[in-house]
Design a protein around this ligand. Structure first.
Ligand SMILES: [Zn+2]
Length: 295
């Protein structure tokens, strides 16, 4: 981790930097085999932030999680991004400069302050702010950061990019990954990689081939796992068998979710999904998932 100043971690501060909120998707669009009635017994916990029962929709946010850990500033996932050409997705297409960077500023950080950009996986709604448009060229948004990317995930999308140049993953590999690779800002990591100071990589395959979570160990407190899309929604804590239509390997995705839930029951692991709204994460208790508003 050359170039990163490591000091002793202090208070763990995780904030959401939101790009699109109330991103609603019909339950059966995201989970083709799901029946919303299976969520009804837990409506008191899922409404109003996570499920709109009137429209049978899941409610998501597209956001980054920013972590201040000692003097280390970590950004987990980077949303859709501004000015990205995504004609197949109207909600993402050519977003004007959004409030994203001003929200980051409100969290007390400029782009230059980010030490690590942790990419849980390389879907288009997780890597967009890796780059920004400057004089017609895509340049790294966080020039002082090391961008941590799964070796398996990178190989998978590089192969796709070779076959489908410029169009892989809505074109996001071309405009949001290739420029940071060209700038030599990417470190390829794998399950178990130790970032120091209690931060480590946890392989979470299934949603994508090399999906990974950022785990934070804290003295005297339960560990935390920022798990990307291993959980799209806390609804999956009630229905862990539900894999999304975007999961590359639905069976593996299910197994990864069950393993995270088992760990949460055993050691209190706090699970922080990328798209969670209204809460920061959840923890499994004897009576089921307990939603947390802060850590
Ligand atoms: Zn995803």
């Amino acid at each position: 981790m050359q170039g990163i100043a490591m000091t002793s971690p202090g208070f763990l501060d995780i904030q959401r930097v939101i790009e699109i909120d109330r991103f609603a998707l019909p339950v059966t669009f995201l989970f083709p085999d799901a029946n919303i009635e299976d969520l009804r017994p837990n409506a008191d916990r899922l409404s109003p932030h996570h499920v709109d029962f009137e429209t049978s929709s899941l409610l998501l946010a597209i956001q980054s999680m920013v972590i201040k850990w000692g003097t280390l500033n970590v950004l987990v996932d980077t949303c859709v991004g501004a000015n990205k050409h995504r004609p197949a997705r109207a909600e993402w297409h050519q977003l004007a400069e959004t409030a994203y960077l001003s929200q980051l500023a409100a969290a007390g950080l400029r782009p230059d302050d980010i030490d690590i950009v942790f990419c849980t996986h390389l879907h288009a709604d997780h890597i967009g702010w890796n780059t920004r448009l400057e004089n017609g060229k895509w340049v790294p948004t966080f020039p002082n950061a090391r961008y941590l990317v799964s070796k398996t995930e990178l190989a998978y999308w590089l192969a796709r990019e070779t076959r489908e140049a410029g169009t892989a993953n809505h074109g996001s590999f071309g405009d949001s990954m290739l420029p940071i690779l060209a700038a030599h800002l990417v470190d390829e990591v794998e399950d178990g990689f130790d970032l120091g100071h209690g931060l480590s990589v946890r392989g979470l395959p299934g949603h994508t081939p090399g999906g990974m979570g950022l785990e934070i160990s804290r003295n005297g407190h339960p560990p935390v796992c920022l798990c990307g899309d291993a959980f799209h929604t806390v609804a999956q804590a009630f229905q862990p068998a539900w894999s999304s239509r975007f999961c590359a390997d639905p069976e593996q995705s299910r197994a990864t979710r069950l393993e995270l839930l088992a760990r949460s029951r055993e050691d209190g692991l706090v699970i922080v999904p990328s798209h969670i709204r209204g809460h920061i994460g959840f923890q499994m208790h004897a009576q089921g998932p307990c939603l947390l508003e802060s850590l």
